[in-house]
Design a protein around this ligand. Sequence first.
Ligand code: MIC
Ligand code: SF4
Length: 637
Amino acid sequence: MNLTRKIIGQHLVSGNMVPCEEISIKIDQTLTQDSTGTMAYLQFEATGVDKVKTERSVAYIDHNMLQASQLNADDHAYIQSVALSHGIYVSKPGNGICHQVHLERFGRPGKTLLGSDSHTPTGGGIGMLAIGAGGLDVALAMGGAPFYLIMPKVVNIELKGRLGAGVSAKDIILKVLEILTTSGGVGKVMEYTGDGVKYLSVPERATITNMGAELGATTSVFPSDETTRAFLEAQGRGGDYVPLAADADAEYDEHIVIDLGELKPLAACPHSPGNVKPVSEIAGRKVDQVCIGSCTNSSYLDMMKVAAVLKGRTIAPGVSLTVSPGSRQVLTMLAENGALADIISAGARVLECACGPCIGNGQSPKQDAVSLRTFNRNFYNRSGTPSADVYLVSPETAAVSALAGVITSPEGIELPDIKMPDKFLVNDNMILRPEDFENVEIVRGDNIKPFPKGKPLAPTLEGEALIKLGDDITTDHIMPSNAALLAYRSNIPYLSDYCLSNCDKEFPARAKAKGGGFIVAGSNYGQGSSREHAALVPLYLGIKAVVAKSFARIHKDNLMNNGILPLVFADPSDYDKIEQGDRLRIDDAVCSVKSRSFTLVDETRNIKIPLRLECGDRQQNMLICGGSLNSIAHGKA
Ligand code: MIC
Ligand code: SF4
């Protein structure tokens, strides 16, 4: 058996482990972060569960940190109080990015983790089966419900040999993205094996599993071995170690081999993590901004490498360099060993331990800028500057380019031998434990607004094709996030005015004026973030169905959880027949859900288009009831 099937098998609640069939698994741990957390906790409260039923649930505050008005602080106060009153640990603002801190302090090999953030698979670096989901799924898991998913295929990525000087774990995942593209992982788990694994530390493995999210994969996982044991012991958690690996004769659905010795530094070019090129091909382009950090590359090891490159030098005059260590543990250790001084002296602007520029929360570059980032996403306008070109690179490439002022390959660079510490500096005083608090009153500032609820499915669905979109529309297109909007993550009515504004500024007004309707899209609709807002906001605007060539996993689940039909063209070429503004109609919607087969009538063109609904029985009921919470209320889930 492969490792993925072993962990799923140990957690299986329902279904058979047959690829493409729906299964459900027990969830041991959950995590939320603040930008998806407020909604998740409002939904959790709506389930009426008193105390979480997981082994460990943690609420992180790491995304919305700007506090330009009372709004973000209102969110923080709500999350802290609602979490502590329901048995959930709280990692306070400043303690670090959820995925980095979870790896350091809570992750356990062989356990399942469900997180309301698409980069939850970071936990795969420590041998967890860690999956990103919408807030509602996480809310239900906190209440003890199993998590439903389609049994994934398992892809074996065999790593051979050792990385050369200047080549990084980031280049491994960029290589995988080059091979598989941003939709190549849908319905699959990436399982890493091979003799190359033993040369990768836990944070390096986590860089790879983290950015596996950009493949659209269900998750990615590494074995738990001596390196994992050493990491856990250095975190004072040796007791959490269990060895885990695939059997020697394990079977896989697909097999990819990567020779680490042959890898070169790579970059994901604008505007997709899948647009991968060798750094040598883009070298020489002038750089305006370099940002080092994010849950992909902000570990102690990453920061030490950056400090070693920067030591005793000064960044180029035209460059603004920001560095955000992933956790307070990392920052404190850098401060204590002097590496922080090397970073600061070179001219870096040190930001707090949080997502920061990665989610467009500050540090938007200047007009037409070239920005090199060690992050995982470079979707159009995610940086907050629509005309900027954002490249995703390793910390080594970022650091040498910041010094040179132009994109520069770090290949062959000699760095001092940076070892993983035998002991990390452990200080959990910014993690609040619910057992230390009694009678916590839930604080609801003015910014906390009720969330919209789906309605039972109407017999006939009618409306206009309000917009026609192309392929690879991300949740950053559907529900943009930036410093101005992040403060309104608990306020769906406000956010609705920005829905799809990255594609068409008139869309929200049109949707409101027409009383809702349909969205038509190409393939891989909804890739990227787990933000449920990308479903809640269309729900609020009266969107009845999204008709697309294909969907990304988390977003599709979010649509169904909120009672919006995700329908695919039976024949993808029918996409070409519909135009924006066409009057569309679906009759017998309930029967169609039951048969999973729909006829879309385009009244404007007088044609009928066959559509399919790809979902399990449970989701059929959910769609008929108008979403997950309604179906629970009807006792149908
Ligand atoms: C992201 O990287 O896009 C985010 C911001 O972390 C999101 C969550 C969100 O939109 O709040 C994610 O990855 O799920
Ligand atoms: Fe935060 Fe960026 Fe990681 Fe998302 S990808 S969790 S915004 S650091």
